[in-house]
Each structure stands twice: as C-alpha cells, then as structure tokens.
Design a protein around this ligand. Structure first.
Ligand code: 5AD
Ligand code: SF4
Length: 441
C-alpha cells in the first residue's frame, strides 16, 4: 500500500485539515507515517499568516528534497499553496501538487495524476465544501478539534486569511453535533470548535449560541472550547450560552491586536478600545473565573509611540492571562501594503516595542499566576511533558499544569493543588478529593 506523510504548519485549522486529508487518503488505501523518510507521498500543509511562516516552509522544502525517496510525490497544501498557486510550481520544480484549503477532495485524483508525471495547482474556492463525508484521522487522543466554519468575511487590513481561505461559511449544526457524538463515543471528552471568527457562526438557522448549547448537551462531553472569536460577534445571546452551558470552559482567546482606537481603525477591526473593554467586562461579569488570552500585533503601519503605549495600557487594564505577540508582517495584496510608505515602522522600533510588550505581558501573567498558588483545580492530563518525568495537564481556564505521574494517567481528570509556577506554567500535586464522611449511626 502507498504511504503518505503530512507535515503541518500554522494554526489549529491546519492541524484539523491535515487530520481530514489523512482520513481521506487512509480511506483511499494509503497508510500514514510519522516521518517523510520512505513515504510515497509527502505533503506540506502550510501557513501564510506571516512572512517567516512562509520562509520556514521554503527552507523545509529544500531539506525535504534531500530526504525524499526517488519517485516520491511532493505536494504543498494550505494557505501558502492557495496564495501562490501555480507560482509555487514554477519556483520549485520538485513540487508536483499545489492544493488550496477548499480542494482537498481532489487529492487522491491529483496524486494519481502526479504519478503519471503531471504537475497541478488546484486553488478554487468551494463555498459548499466542509468535507462532511471525510472521517478525520485525529492526531490527539485526548481532545478533538472540530471545524465549524471555514473562511473569513472580515477584512482586517493586515490579514491574508480572507485571500487564502475565502469567504465565511458554516457547517450545519446537526453535522457538528454528529461529529461531537462520534468523538465522545471514541472516548474523547474535550472538544474545541474551530473557525476563523468562530462566534459569527451561522448555518442559516442557528447561531453560535445555539451551537454551544447543542454541542454542550452531547452526553459524555465534559469540556467544550472554541477558537478564535471576534470581539464584535459576542452578542448577549452568545455570552449567555457560554455562561449557561456547563461544559463550556472558563476561557476565551479574544484577539485584541491593538489597544489604540486609531490603530484599530487602520486595522479595520471594527471595534474601539472601549468596545473591546466592554466585551471583556460583559464576558467577565457572566463567567466567573474566566481566563482571557489574546493576540497583539506591534509595528503595524503608522503606529506611534502613543498608540503603542495604549496597547501596553490596555494589557495592564485587562490583565490577560497570556498573550501571543507578533511583529507586523506585510502580506502581499493586503490593504496594509498600500498604506503610505512613510508609515512603515523601522525594524529597531518594532523590536524595541516587541520586547517591551513581551515584558509587560509576561509580568502581568506572572503576577496573576503567583497569586493562584495553593489553589485547587481540575485538570485534564493531555500528554507527557517535554522534560522530566512529568505529565502536562490543562485546567478549564487554560492553565498548563505539570504533574507527576505515569502515562496511564493521560486522558484522565485529576484534582491538583498548584504548588509552583515559572510565571507561565504551573507545577501541581494531585490531591485526594475529600469524600463525604460516612453517616453516623
Ligand atoms: N502580521 C503579523 N501578525 C499577523 N496576524 C495576522 N496577520 C498578521 C500579519 N500580517 C496575527 C494576528 C492574528 C494572529 C493569528 O496572527 O494577531 O490574530
Ligand atoms: Fe484575519 Fe481579521 Fe479574519 Fe481574523 S478576523 S482571519 S485577523 S481578516
């Protein structure tokens, strides 16, 4: 039987797409393998969000060329494939297939063609495509990523995603619920719903509030998460559904991008600093103990010292549990590249701001985490930790907790007491949950 290896870059949506591609190819008689060595088909599932994501892929393609067995078929899928299309075939003669995110259904046929020496780029969008008949081959045993929406209808001026993933469309609620039931039946009890602006989910009949309640009601599902929402799509209905559905975890990843209203305007984020703060306040009021993480970009065109200061001050005001920080990367074809050249921020300034933002974010997160030592909480053991004999577990509010234990504990829930923190992650000791005393008499 032919073998296939897929290497995945970028976000969870790509991880989920790779699971679907593996599933499809397995159904077509391929065996999957963990390394590119000796594989008949090697696919690189790529990300285009920042320049360095693409540079990594280009470097990797060069390396792989040496590792491939003669006659192996090399393909590029995902956002970079969609963005560059046939240009990739022209620049890298070893690449035979270029397949965008809506064309994975064609993979078996394209691979067949490649076997006959054809080279092909498939990058049409398909607004009906949700790969409903594919069965994902999941990487993780403990939680399942379930895509509920593809594409994005926002047009943030820095972002390439609307170009690489096309217009927004939602899966039918019944299909998402069916997939949730299937994964729960397989013994997985944490589900993460995926979408580019996941809380704008709308299948024509149901909104995201309906989806949260319906998925949350699946028997046996213990934890429900979703990523990434857009602040503008947190209607009161959605917040009420989040608060009122016990399975939904007390965590939200709420991309902020900037703390300055004028910057947010240039980014076309469609909310102001005050709107963002209001969204945070409404979420916190409804969901006690909510963990909040975010994404922030520094060095977007025209960013002044004052605007950057507003980003720092918004971080201090919100007190994020954690933040992913990015240096602005100009993406070909996005509106940000058409802004006046004098708005470009010098790289030394970007570096300085980036360092200062990281220090601010880390300081806050450390302070918050230190304040939680001694707390007891439920964690789900996810995997072996990278170092030592520890296991990596996750709390409902998305804290990473390292606990002692053997791999049999993976997939189980423990109550732990937080005993230490590096500032970012915790160490914890499992504690016996107190049993009620036997009744006297
Ligand atoms: N440059 C830097 N960061 C970007 N992001 C998206 N596009 C860019 C870009 N051109 C960041 C945003 C988004 C996260 C996934 O990546 O913060 O939320
Ligand atoms: Fe990109 Fe904005 Fe859509 Fe997010 S909401 S994927 S940042 S365009």
């Amino acid at each position: 039987m032919p073998s296939v290896y897929i290497e995945t870059y970028g976000c969870q949506m790509n991880v989920s797409d790779s699971e679907l591609m593996y599933g499809k190819l397995q159904a077509e008689g391929y065996v999957t393998q963990e390394t590119p060595h000796g594989a008949d088909v090697v696919l690189i599932n790529t990300c285009a969000i920042r320049e360095n994501a693409e540079q990594r892929v280009i470097g990797r393609l060069g390396e792989l060329r040496r590792d491939l067995k003669p006659g192996a078929i090399l393909g590029v899928t995902g956002c970079m494939a969609q963005r560059l299309g046939a240009r990739l075939l022209a620049t890298d003669t070893r690449v035979q297939l270029v397949v965008g995110p809506d064309a994975y259904r064609m993979l078996p046929a394209l691979i067949e063609g490649a076997r006959n020496g054809e080279r092909f780029s498939a990058t049409d969008f398909d607004l009906e495509e949700h790969y409903e008949d594919f069965t994902a081959r999941r990487f993780e045993g403990v939680k399942a990523w379930i895509p509920v929406q593809r594409g994005c209808d926002y047009r943030c001026t820095y972002c390439i995603v609307p170009t690489t993933r096309g217009p927004e469309r939602s899966r039918k609620l019944a299909d998402v619920v069916r997939e949730t039931r299937e994964v729960v039946a397989q013994g997985i009890n944490e589900v993460v719903l995926l979408g580019q602006t996941v809380n704008s989910y709308n299948d024509g009949t149901h909104d995201f509030a309906d989806l949260l309640r319906a998925v949350g009601a699946v028997d046996g599902l213990r934890r429900l998460r979703y990523t990434s929402p857009h602040p503008n799509d947190f209607s009161d209905r959605v917040i009420a559904a989040m608060a009122g559905t016990p399975a939904v975890c007390e965590h939200v990843h709420l991309p902020m991008q900037s703390g300055s209203t004028s910057m947010l305007k240039r980014m076309l984020r469609r909310y102001s600093r005050e709107d963002y703060l209001d969204c945070v306040a409404r979420l916190r009021a409804a969901i006690p103990g909510l963990g909040i993480t975010t994404d922030i970009i520094v060095g977007f065109p025209g960013e002044t010292d004052e605007e950057f200061e507003e980003t720092l001050s918004l971080c201090r005001e919100v007190r994020f549990d954690d933040a992913f920080t990015f240096k602005f990367s100009a993406r070909e074809g996005t509106p940000a590249t058409r802004m006046p050249p004098e708005w470009t921020i010098a790289s030394e300034v970007v570096d300085r701001r980036y360092e200062s933002l990281m220090a601010t974010v880390r300081g806050i997160s450390r302070e918050k985490n230190m304040g939680r030592l001694g707390e007891r909480m439920e964690v789900l053991v996810e995997k072996e930790a990278r170092k030592g004999e520890l296991l990596q577990a996750r709390s409902r509010d998305f804290k990473t907790v390292l606990v002692p234990g053997t791999p049999e504990l993976i997939g189980t829930y423990l109550t732990v007491e937080l005993t230490g923190t590096t500032g970012a992650t915790f160490t914890g000791t499992p504690v016996q949950e107190r049993q009620p005393l036997p009744m006297a008499g």
